[in-house]
Write a protein that binds this ligand. Structure first.
Ligand code: NAD
Ligand code: TYD
Length: 386
């Protein structure tokens, strides 16, 4: 383990792959010592889409916290998402795999975290259908490794908090009516949602069995800057920009409830600081869109931004073979967080979408970097033989 020459806040654990993925031997540590009276908060998955917004918010808003980001930089993790905070004195990056149980314990002993916000996950449903095991390792075993490490160092639970970030997909699929509430029975239907549901159950089990001070939130679909272009909105923006076909699964009738990512980060901030231990909160935009309607709106926004004649982008829409087990509709009832914590989404969807499109068009270099290399292979497998 050592520091990257380029950045004083960057630590690599450089562990050889363990015989069992969730166990590694002892490691050496050269990180900075904790400053007295400073709260040290672990954010896992901080180089990903939502995690990077949470890291940015916490680093900037809470100079009295030391924010430590554990991320093993999978295809979805990108340190370019954090360029504007990477040299801040209250931020540290550790390249670490949460599936390595002994490593997690060693790092928790060294940092003595006061709180954990756990976002690291395999997050894409299509990849979970193609390769479920990565989801089992990271989302289930990785989460249990973090729970065990927290349990190990938190003799005194007072003032501590383990916040697990989850998804509305654990509740399954809705018909034309109804909403997901916090007490809706779990009914996950994809390997992704089943792995997230398992991790939610384990987090609650550690609360009930070991009194670990946990909170959980389940959020609807996020969109905004820095989202990897395997997800619907950035993939559509990227394809329109490059005059490529827009793949719409099935008939495009599936419905998702969309929330701007910074509104999710604001909810996470509130829940982390103010939620009662053991509680669950649903977070959603109250903003349901049929995929095909959303794509048509995106086409209009893109035509305008790219100064193309209206209707140009819509010609790229192509209906392709549906996703296996495709959930029809997700819709969140978020009254609990609105009433208890005073949270509500700050942006109208049209405004958020416009901001998002502008960001992607202004950051073509970012997009170029994340779509070079393995992305093209992924795209060919996922779409070209569909
Ligand atoms: P993402 O795929 O963009 O980022 C995940 C991050 O986790 C990446 O930086 C990746 O490198 C890291 N990671 C993956 N495996 C790891 C491992 N074994 N060890 C350490 N780091 C690892 O995901 P996202 O969209 O930002 O989602 C973040 C969290 O929010 C996830 O837990 C997801 O289930 C949840 N969530 C996402 C959405 C959404 O719409 N994107 C909605 C609700 C909940
Ligand atoms: P996605 O962004 O993958 O999120 P999730 O599956 O977690 O909701 O997909 C959002 C919706 O868009 C979902 O109903 C699947 C659909 N979709 C397409 O129609 N085409 C695509 O290329 C992708 C990636 C998704």
């Amino acid at each position: 383990m050592g520091k990257s020459p380029g950045n004083k806040n960057w630590i690599t654990t450089d562990c050889p792959p363990p015989p069992l993925r969730w166990e590694t031997g002892p490691i050496e540590y050269h990180g900075q010592a904790k400053t007295k009276n400073m709260k040290t908060i672990l954010i896992t998955g901080g180089a990903g889409f939502i995690g990077s917004h949470v890291v940015r918010r916490f680093v900037k808003k809470y100079p009295e916290y030391k924010i430590v980001n554990f991320d093993n930089l999978t295809y979805a993790g990108n340190l370019a998402n954090l360029q504007d905070v990477e040299t801040e004195p209250n931020y540290e990056f550790v390249k670490a795999d949460i599936t390595a149980g002994e490593l997690m314990k060693t790092l928790f002993r060294k940092y003595r975290f006061d709180g954990v916000i756990h976002l690291a996950a395999e997050s894409h449903v299509d990849r979970s259908i193609a390769n479920p095991m990565d989801f089992i390792f990271t989302n289930i075993i990785g989460t249990v490794n973090l729970l065990n490490a927290a349990k190990l160092i938190w003799d005194e639970m007072e003032g501590k908090r383990f916040y697990h970030i989850s998804t509305d997909e654990v509740y399954g699929s809705l018909g034309d009516t109804g909403f997901f509430f916090e007490d809706t029975a779990y009914d996950p239907r994809s390997p992704y949602s089943a792995s997230k549901a398992s991790s939610d159950h384990l987090v609650r089990a550690y609360h009930h069995t070991y009194r670990l001070p946990v909170v959980i939130s389940n959020c609807s679909n996020n969109y905004g800057p820095f989202q990897f272009p395997e997800k619907l909105i950035p993939l559509t923006i990227h394809n329109i920009r490059n005059n490529k076909l827009i793949p719409v699964y099935g008939k495009g009738e599936n419905i998702r409830d969309w929330l701007y990512v910074e509104d999710h980060a604001a909810a996470i901030d509130l829940i982390f600081h103010h939620a009662k231990i053991g509680e669950t909160y649903n977070i959603g935009g109250h903003n349901e869109w049929k995929n095909i309607d959303l794509i048509r709106l995106l086409c209009k926004v893109m035509d305008k931004k790219l100064k193309r004649p209206e209707g140009t982008s819509e010609n790229l829409i192509t209906f392709v073979k549906d996703r296996a087990g495709h959930d029809l509709r997700y819709a969140i009832n978020s009254e609990k967080i609105q009433n208890d914590l005073g949270w509500k989404p700050s942006l109208q969807f049209e405004e958020g979408l416009e901001k998002t499109v502008s960001w992607y068009l202004a950051n073509e270099e970012w997009m170029k970097n994340v779509t070079s290399g393995d992305y093209q292979k992924y795209y060919d497998i996922q779409y070209n033989k569909r």
